[in-house]
Design a binder for this molecule. Structure first.
Ligand code: DGJ
Length: 685
């Protein structure tokens, strides 16, 4: 039996051979489908006499030693789980695969379908037997890897510098991207790519897998000694975490997979399209956020003054960050006590919100609902509500503990507290922060890391069903960026680093999976509070322009010259955001190269903005031509430079064909260190 599903341009074919196993015979462009073929079987010396290469729902016991779909055992009988041959059904554009361990009573279901050109795999594991089953693994996605994959691309990072791309040669064994901290973390989250050697942003084959899950995860590429490979995405089970009792079903997080023959740009445009279909579409107002302007020192009169200053610069939303609630003056107290501090805001938040509205802005508020400070009324009332209970001397992180969101009363309390704020005040936006990892992720010594993530999802889903409020996912910056949280939020704070140079790389890494309009990008102060670097206002504005634009600096401290640049930058953002936020963002330079070059192109192909950011002093200052991408070779384009300073604002650069711009390239002086250029490209014929 042969089952086939179609994406926009990709297709997937599974063949159930005479051996009864489900073989992936094709995952690639529909146009090349005639090349689909069952894996070749060679009887290798010292190997099984039958074909044992990776299949769908693979299983040990027939000579296959790779990763199997489900791993676990029954403590009562000591039997290990062993799945039988899967049943394969094609139905309404979906492929359903079901396999059973009839002896133990376990059913594994998986569903594959395309969303655009993104393959989605969802599944569940059900205990239909009499005994509790202990699971070590239940993969969301486990597929044979393409034979052209010779490199694995992952990310590594740290607070303030999230998501450095890492390339591994994949010759043998396993390469893994995993996280046990309970948040996806600063490493770039649950994403892993397979590529051909030297594939880049605009060329070469890529296959990328992403897990829609904000808890512990594992993605891996593993190659067996016969050369065949597997790619894996799964929720990572911590010791003893998943004991499936009789009658219970565990739903697995969805995994996404796509491939491209046009480098990582092809991957991101496909994933962005899927994320946009899943998310809410909205105009992205210019933010003003109080954090780097005031840190914890917020109070009514001062915030009203900040709001006036922000509005004068062109901000459209004022976000009151940390420091506004009862007793909070630093990071050592008060998380959990989500009532307005009466000394700082004697009349509640209403006077500030009225002032924000009077300036024509919306109001947003920072919260960190999952956390509690040991020095808080909430903790004093409910010390047993924290993860780790009842261990003594729980380790704090940023002086705080984590509330156990698997507990229904905790979720109910948080829902009530947040609802009170949303009912009382005109809050259109929440910055939802999460500033520490889960340790220990236990209750009574029993692991509940996944339950924490599920509890968070439930709380967010319930709030979103009741309130139209927009939510930003922040976790000490970009510590929680994944498609699981993306289904429940509208924006990501990608980093605490507002240093424009670091931020170029951070936005780029987050942008592999998430569309640029969801990635907050703010103009911070100079010198930057984190790195001390001094960077011109025009560079800072350009660095933020392709994301969801905002300001993080005290308007009073912005010089007159910088003000002119910033306000012009904001006007440019407002003028172009609607088409930029629905268009494709293409990288034209490889990561960590200089200049950093990106182009954002409108959906209809009629306009584009090219951004060239010169970070350092090049070894050879006369650059070669800049070859563009994403244009129609047969069309003609008129190019003009947009100046952030001086007049005129538009400088004509000439008219060229798409073919000329892409094949020969634009002859453009990329300028000196720490300058950027912005070119508007308009299709004229
Ligand atoms: C971490 C966030 O990333 C910052 O932007 C800020 O909101 C602080 N937390 C507040 O404590």
């Amino acid at each position: 039996m042969n089952a086939r599903i179609l994406g926009d341009t990709l297709s997937l074919i599974i063949d159930q051979g005479e051996d009864g196993l489900a073989h992936l015979t094709w995952f690639g462009p529909q146009a090349d489908e005639e090349m689909a073929a069952a894996p070749v079987f060679q009887r290798l010396p010292a190997s099984p006499d039958i074909a044992v290469g990776p299949t769908l729902l693979p299983e040990h016991g027939r000579g296959f030693h790779g990763i199997s779909q489900v791993e676990g055992h029954c403590a009562a009988t000591h039997r290990r789980i062993r799945l039988g041959q899967p049943e394969l059904i094609e139905q309404d554009g979906q492929i359903l695969l079901t396999a059973e361990d009839a002896a133990l009573g376990l059913t594994v279901r998986t569903r594959l379908y395309f969303d655009g050109d993104v393959l989605v795999q969802e599944g569940s594991v059900s205990n239909t037997g009499a005994h509790t089953l202990s699971l070590q693994r239940a993969a969301s996605l486990l597929l044979p890897a393409p034979d052209w994959a010779s490199e694995v691309r992952t990310h590594a990072g740290a607070w303030g510098r999230e998501g450095h791309p890492v390339t591994h040669r994949w010759t043998a064994g396993r390469i893994e991207q995993s996280g046990r901290s309970g948040r996806p973390g600063f490493d770039g989250g649950p994403t892993l790519s397979l590529t051909e050697t030297n594939a880049g942003v605009a060329h070469g084959r890529w296959l990328t897998v992403h897990l829609a899950w904000s808890g512990p995860f594992r993605l891996a590429a593993e190659r067996a000694t016969d050369g065949s490979g597997q790619v894996l995405a799964e929720r990572l089970f911590l010791p003893g975490e998943v004991c499936l009792r009789s009658g219970e079903t565990l739903d697995l997080p969805a995994a996404l997979m796509t491939r491209s023959a046009e480098g990582s740009n092809g991957i991101s445009t496909r994933l962005h399209a899927r994320q946009r279909r899943q998310g809410r579409s909205m105009r992205r107002p210019v933010h003003f956020n109080t954090w780097e302007a005031r840190y914890f020192s917020v109070a009514e009169a001062d915030c009203i003054a900040l709001a006036k200053g922000a509005a004068a610069l062109g901000a459209e939303r004022f976000v009151l960050d940390d420091g506004w609630f009862k007793g909070r003056r630093n990071d050592q107290t008060s998380l959990g006590d989500w009532t307005v501090d009466a000394d700082l805001f004697p009349n509640g938040l209403t006077p500030l919100i009225n002032a924000v509205h009077a300036e024509g802005m919306e109001f947003g508020l920072w919260l960190e609902p999952e956390m509690v400070s040991p020095d808080s009324d909430l903790y004093r009332a409910h010390p047993d509500w924290v993860l780790g209970w009842p261990e003594p001397d729980l380790a704090t992180g940023r002086n705080q503990l984590v509330l156990d969101l698997a507990l229904e009363p905790v979720r109910e309390h948080l829902f009530t507290v947040i609802s009170d704020l949303l009912d009382r005040y005109a809050i259109s936006y929440l910055k939802w922060d999460c500033n520490r990892d889960l340790y220990p992720a236990t209750r009574d010594g029993i692991v509940r890391a996944g339950a924490q993530t599920e509890g968070l999802y439930r709380l967010l889903d319930r709030l979103r069903a009741r309130y139209p409020v927009e939510i930003e996912s922040c976790a000490s910056g970009g510590g929680r960026i994944d498609a699981g949280i993306a289904a429940r939020t509208d924006r990501f704070w990608t980093s605490d680093a507002t240093d424009a140079i670091d931020r170029l790389n951070i936005q780029r890494a987050a942008g592999l999976v998430m569309p640029h309009e969801r990635l907050g990008a703010h103009v911070g102060p100079s010198p930057n509070p984190m790195t001390g670097r001094q960077v011109s206002m025009s560079f800072r504005v350009l660095a933020a322009l392709f994301g969801h634009f905002g300001i993080e600096a005290d308007p009073e401290k912005v010089s007159e010259d910088d003000r002119r640049v910033l306000t012009r930058g904001i006007e440019i953002y407002k003028q172009h955001r609607d088409w930029m936020h629905a268009g494709d963002l293409l990288n034209l330079s490889e990561p960590d190269t200089d200049p950093d070059v990106q182009l954002v192109r409108s959906d209809d192909g009629h306009q584009a903005l090219l951004r060239v950011m010169r970070v350092g002093t090049p070894m050879r200052p006369l650059q070669s031509r800049l070859r563009l991408a994403g244009l129609d070779p047969a069309a003609r384009y008129s190019l003009s430079e947009i100046a952030l300073e001086g007049t005129p604002i538009h400088w004509p650069l000439g008219a060229f064909s798409g073919a000329g711009l892409m094949n020969e390239g634009l002859n453009l002086d990329p300028g000196r260190a720490l300058t950027g250029r912005l070119i508007y490209i308009e299709r004229t014929g």
